[in-house]
Design a protein around this ligand. Structure first.
Ligand SMILES: [Zn+2]
Length: 199
């Protein structure tokens, strides 16, 4: 395999990049300025070296705890629970939310063998006590797994006397928070619905 073939193969594994685009990118890089290629290679390498998960919320960060967890101006009585770190970035971009976050690291999915114990739920429970949390906003994706996970958390949180609400309005069913636009996110945060396990 030539370096060009091997690079094309590696690039085609990136999300949203098909074989054709991979070939186009490989040829682009071949003709690009060496400094650009050097920077790209260094930044890809450094990404994993520098970025870790925040030990409090699970978000990606260059320093632990992350900027959101250490920001004194954030409302510490509210935690927004999301599936993945990229969901935090989407919700932050809406500029609608000033509370804290908690990244589950996935969703309950029996088919994939993922149970509650595989998600960072125990650390969430720990935070409820430590930070005096009054409301938990469940911002898992509106999918079967996302809903199952939200319901599991509602039952658990209600037993602990924490108010829960679900980010729902405006988000397409089966959709992905990661791809929702800013306005939709802002609207669904404002219109969040209180939840009860009896529903
Ligand atoms: Zn954090």
């Amino acid at each position: 395999m030539t370096i060009l073939d091997s690079l094309t193969e590696a690039l085609s594994r990136l999300p949203g990049i098909g074989k054709k685009s991979a070939v186009r990118i490989a040829y682009y890089l071949l003709q690009a300025d060496s400094a650009y290629n050097e920077r790209l290679a260094t930044e890809i390498r450094e990404l994993k070296n520098r970025i870790r998960r925040c030990s409090v919320c699970g978000n990606y960060t260059e320093h632990d705890p992350c900027d959101i967890c250490t920001d004194p101006s954030r409302d510490r009585a509210t935690i927004c629970v999301v599936e993945q770190p990229q969901d935090v970035a989407v919700l932050e971009a809406s500029r609608e939310y000033r509370g804290l976050y908690h990244v589950l690291g996935g969703v309950i999915s029996p088919i994939d063998g993922v149970g509650p114990e595989d998600l960072s739920i125990s650390t969430l429970v720990g935070r409820l006590h430590e930070e005096g949390v009054q409301e938990v906003i469940l911002a898992t994706n509106p999918t079967v797994e996302g809903d199952t996970t939200a319901l599991y958390l509602v039952r658990m949180l209600e037993k602990r006397g924490v108010k829960t609400s679900r980010l729902a309005l405006g988000l397409p069913v089966g959709g992905d928070i990661e791809y929702a636009d800013r306005l939709t996110i802002a609207r669904s945060l404002r219109g969040r619905t209180p939840l009860s396990a009896d529903e």
